[in-house]
Design a binder for this molecule. Structure first.
Ligand SMILES: [Ca+2]
Length: 241
C-alpha cells in the first residue's frame, strides 16, 4: 500500500488517539452516579449543572458539614512517572475563608489545590504548612479547568487554570505511588486558614499523561511570534508579474 499524505496523516492521528487513550488512567464524568468513589460526604448527583454530559457531582448541601469525595487509586490506574490530575469545578459558594478544592495523597504527604479568601489559587503541602500562592484567581460561578502537573523529571509541580499557568514550585519528596484522590474540603483551619466549600460542582475528573496539558504560551511569546510574522511578511519576495 502506498502511503499518500492523507493516509499518513490518518495513521498519525490514529496513533496519537491510541496513545492518548492508553495514558488516560482514570476518568469520571459522573454520568453513572457517585459509585466510583470510596467515600462521599455531603455530596449528591446534580442534573442541573454539568461541564459535559448530563450530570456533575455537587458538594455541599447541608450547613456546617465537611464536604468531600475520596477514592483510593488502584494499581491499574497508577502513574509510572510524570502525570496530570485534571478536574473541572464551578465554585458557587464557600465560607469567608480559603478553601481546598482537591488533593492528591502520596506516601510522603498531600498536594492540595486551594483558593485563598481573595480568590488566588494556591498549592498546599500540609495543614500546618503555609500554602504557596499563584498569580491567577479562580473565577466563581463558572466552570474552570484545573490541572495539576506532577513533573518528576523536572522535580516540580505546576498548576494550570484553563491552560494558563498559575504557579510552579518544587516537588517535595519521592511521591509515587499515588494513594488517594480527594475532591472538596480536605482541611479546616491550619496555616492556610481553610474553611468550607459550601456549594461547588465537579465534573470530568481525570488522571492521565502529560498530553492532557495544553499550556497557553506566555503573552511575550505571542507578541514575539506576531512581530516575526509581520517582519516575515515585509520581507516576503513579491511573486513575478
Ligand atoms: Ca458529566
Amino acid at each position: 500500500m502506498r502511503l499518500t499524505p492523507f493516509l499518513l496523516s490518518m495513521l498519525l492521528l490514529s496513533t496519537c488517539l491510541a496513545e492518548q487513550q492508553s495514558t488516560l488512567l482514570f476518568h469520571d464524568g459522573f454520568e453513572h452516579g457517585l459509585g466510583g468513589w470510596d467515600e462521599a460526604v455531603d455530596c449528591s448527583l446534580s442534573a442541573a449543572e454539568s461541564y459535559s454530559g448530563n450530570y456533575s457531582a455537587r458538594l455541599g448541601f447541608r450547613r456546617f458539614s465537611v464536604q468531600y469525595l475520596m477514592r483510593r487509586v488502584g494499581a491499574e490506574e497508577q502513574p509510572t512517572g510524570s502525570f496530570v490530575f485534571e478536574f473541572h469545578v464551578k465554585l458557587v459558594r464557600s465560607s469567608m475563608e480559603a478553601v481546598t478544592l482537591a488533593a492528591l495523597v502520596f506516601p510522603t504527604g498531600p498536594v492540595a489545590v486551594a483558593v485563598s479568601k481573595d480568590g488566588r489559587v494556591s498549592l498546599g503541602f500540609g495543614l500546618f504548612e503555609p500554602p504557596v500562592y499563584g498569580g491567577l484567581k479562580l473565577k466563581r460561578g463558572v466552570w474552570v479547568k484545573v490541572q495539576l502537573h506532577i513533573d518528576y523529571e523536572g522535580e516540580r509541580v505546576e498548576l494550570y487554570l484553563d491552560d494558563e499557568k498559575a504557579l510552579e514550585t518544587g516537588l517535595r519528596g519521592r511521591t509515587l505511588p499515588l494513594q488517594e484522590i480527594w475532591i472538596g474540603t480536605i482541611w479546616l483551619g491550619g496555616a492556610g486558614g481553610y474553611g468550607m466549600v459550601m456549594e461547588a460542582y465537579y465534573d470530568d475528573v481525570a488522571l492521565g499523561g502529560e498530553e492532557l496539558l495544553n499550556p497557553k504560551p506566555p503573552i511575550n511569546l505571542i507578541a514575539a511570534a506576531a512581530a516575526s510574522a509581520i517582519i516575515g511578511m515585509e520581507f516576503m519576495p513579491l511573486p513575478p508579474s
